[in-house]
Structures are given as C-alpha cells and as structure tokens.
Design a protein around this ligand. Structure first.
Ligand code: CO
Length: 155
C-alpha cells in the first residue's frame, strides 16, 4: 500500500503496473515491403496505420494476439528513427510496455533516478498516451510506456 506522497511501491504494486507487452517497435526502410513480408510469413494482419509527425515516423500496427508488431519507418533522415537506421540498420528499435496510466509510472521511474527521454506523458498513435524511457534505464532497450486510449483496441 502506498502512502500519499510516497515514491516507494511494494512489489505487488510494481507487478500491477505492467499489464502486457503492448508492442515491439521495429525500424524498417521500406514500410510496404515489411508489412507484406510479415503478412506473408506470419499471417500478421495490419490493423492500423498512422503518420506520427511528432515522432517523425509512419507506422503500421500488425496484430499479434493482444499485442502488436509496430513497423516504423522514418519521415526523413534527421529523425530519431532515421538516425537509428543510419547507425544500426533495420531491427528492433523499442519495446512498448502497456500500463494502466503512464503518469504515475513515469513519476516512479523519475524518483528512482531512471533516465527519461520524455519528462511528461504525451500523445502517441491511435489515441494512446506514451512516454519514452532512455535505454540506459532498461539494459540497453529503449522502452515506451503505453496507456491505451479511449478507443477499444481490436483483439
Ligand atoms: Co512504439
């Protein structure tokens, strides 16, 4: 049980914040080809497509059970994903963890001294609220906290 103003959480509180893997974000150079490859190889159906200007990407979400594969391609070379592709080539870019509410989790991580990319929750794609946490905080993995939006996600 958390006391008001406390930044400490019991192990059961901690377990309860992580609801699911929301998505695995994969950086690709050719979005259409990647979508077709995932569909052909795994039968993964694209269920959402969106240009997210703030993140400098176009993305397609493919359903994988109650989670998604998020294929992202940069809108230009001078975007975070553009620079990632230049540096590392195609591959896993980030992992999205589904949480009930991004704000309190971000506060918890900040209090623990975990380096954050986003200092406050912000709008993500498909009506979600998101915040990115620096890879230094999670063993080299860029983590995106994802809070489902008001629209019910299929699946
Ligand atoms: Co993402």
């Amino acid at each position: 049980m958390e006391t008001p103003g406390s930044t400490e959480a019991s192990p059961s509180d901690v377990a309860s914040v992580l609801l699911d893997i929301d998505h695995v974000g994969i950086a690709v150079t050719d979005l259409e080809a990647a979508v077709e490859e995932y569909r052909a190889a795994l039968g993964a159906e694209p269920v959402h497509r969106e240009v997210v200007r703030e993140q400098g990407v176009e993305e397609v979400l493919l359903r994988a059970g109650t989670s998604y594969i998020q294929l992202v391609t940069p809108l230009g070379p001078n975007t975070p994903v553009g620079k990632f592709l230049e540096r590392r080539g195609e591959g896993v870019h980030h992992v999205g963890y589904r949480v009930a509410e991004v704000g309190p989790v971000l506060e918890r991580l900040r209090a623990m001294g975990v380096p954050l990319v986003d200092q406050a929750p912000r709008p993500g794609s498909w009506g979600t609220t998101v915040a990115f946490v620096h890879p230094r905080g999670f063993r080299g993995v860029l983590v995106e906290l994802v809070q489902a939006g008001p629209l019910p996600k299929p699946g």
